[in-house]
Write a protein that binds this ligand. Structure first.
Ligand code: NAP
Length: 283
């Protein structure tokens, strides 16, 4: 039972971190940003976490710019990989549970049937590689842990690590309102996932489920084109939208074609369409 636990949320002003703060508010969590603790500073991590002595540490801090990670390799590796080892060490010392948020991008995305929790990762970009190394150091540590893989996040708060700072849905709406021609890839598939639903899922996971590796995503699979078309439909926007392939839309980092996370241990969150609808109504 999570009720009497002292919770620390790292990356608290990021997109997921903001909704974690809202969902866990009833437990008065401690919310830390990079200004409160730079997770790449081992000594600060060990000292500050030992002083605070939380029961559960949720690490939502990350280097999340997938294209940027290809050129900023050292920084991405320090935040997504080495820092997780420091957090695991700190958690182990005080007997805390570390909850590490990870991504579908640890998988290659070559398998149309998607990936189960115990499938072996095989990332195809540097961001995915760093997130996998972060998982590995935690699994190999002696700390108690949950690893929560998720995908294609959207939420009301900004994505602090992204150059534009807005999620995919907002990018589509901005382009549609400026009569920008919309061409959206229809050969990459994933689970669009609402950060509020994910935060609720993490709450239930910590309350009721054993330690381990989990996939938490909204139910259903979409292409980016499916998601963009649905957003325009629900928001009553008649902008023209055309499907295109990944090869028409070059990105610095490769993206998995089938970023599909099968959730065999935890119930899928509600259907992605319902989540998108609520997001659009409440933002
Ligand atoms: N976004 C997605 O589509 C997606 C998909 C799958 C998985 N994920 C994973 O989900 C988690 C949350 O993602 P998100 O999109 O909510 O991220 P986000 O909005 O980019 O937020 C990341 C947070 O990490 C903080 N941070 C960066 N470097 C730090 C450091 N050295 N020390 C402490 N904090 C630091 C940032 O702080 P500042 O604001 O101060 O820079 C920011 O608040 C991440 O683990 C990500 O890998 C995301």
């Amino acid at each position: 039972m999570i009720g009497a636990k002292k919770i620390l949320i790292l990356g608290a002003r990021g997109m997921l971190g903001t909704d974690l703060g809202i969902v866990f508010a009833q437990l008065n969590p401690v919310l830390w940003n990079k200004n409160d603790l730079d997770i790449t500073d081992r000594k600060a991590v060990l000292d500050k976490i030992a002083t605070l002595a939380p029961d559960i540490i949720i690490n939502s801090a990350a280097y999340t710019n997938v294209d940027g990670a290809e050129s900023n390799r050292d920084l991405a590796d320090r935040i997504n990989h080495q820092a997780v080892a420091f957090l695991a060490e700190a958690a182990k010392k005080i007997g805390a549970i570390l909850v590490q948020i990870s991504t579908e991008q640890v998988f290659s995305g070559n398998n149309k049937n998607g990936y189960n929790e115990d499938d072996t990762p095989h990332p195809i970009n540097f961001y995915g590689w760093t997130k996998w190394q972060g998982e590995k150091v935690l699994i190999e540590s002696d700390a108690d842990f949950y690893i929560v893989r998720t995908s294609w996040l959207f939420g009301r708060a900004k994505q602090r690590g992204k150059p534009r700072g807005v999620n995919f849905i907002e990018t589509i709406l901005q382009k549609a309102s400026s009569n920008h021609p919309l061409k959206v890839v229809n050969d990459q598939f994933g689970h669009p996932t609402y950060t509020y639903d994910l935060a609720m899922g993490i709450f239930h996971l910590l309350d009721k489920y054993p330690l381990g590796v989990y996939h938490l995503v909204n139910n259903g699979v979409a292409s980016w084109y499916d998601l963009a078309s649905y957003v325009l439909q629900i928001s009553g926007n008649n902008a023209k939208i055309e499907p295109c392939s990944s090869s028409d839309f070059a990105t610095i980092a490769k993206r998995p074609h089938y970023g599909i996370l099968n959730s065999t241990k935890f119930p899928y969150l509600r259907d992605w369409q319902a989540a998108v609808k609520e997001y659009l109504l409440n933002k």
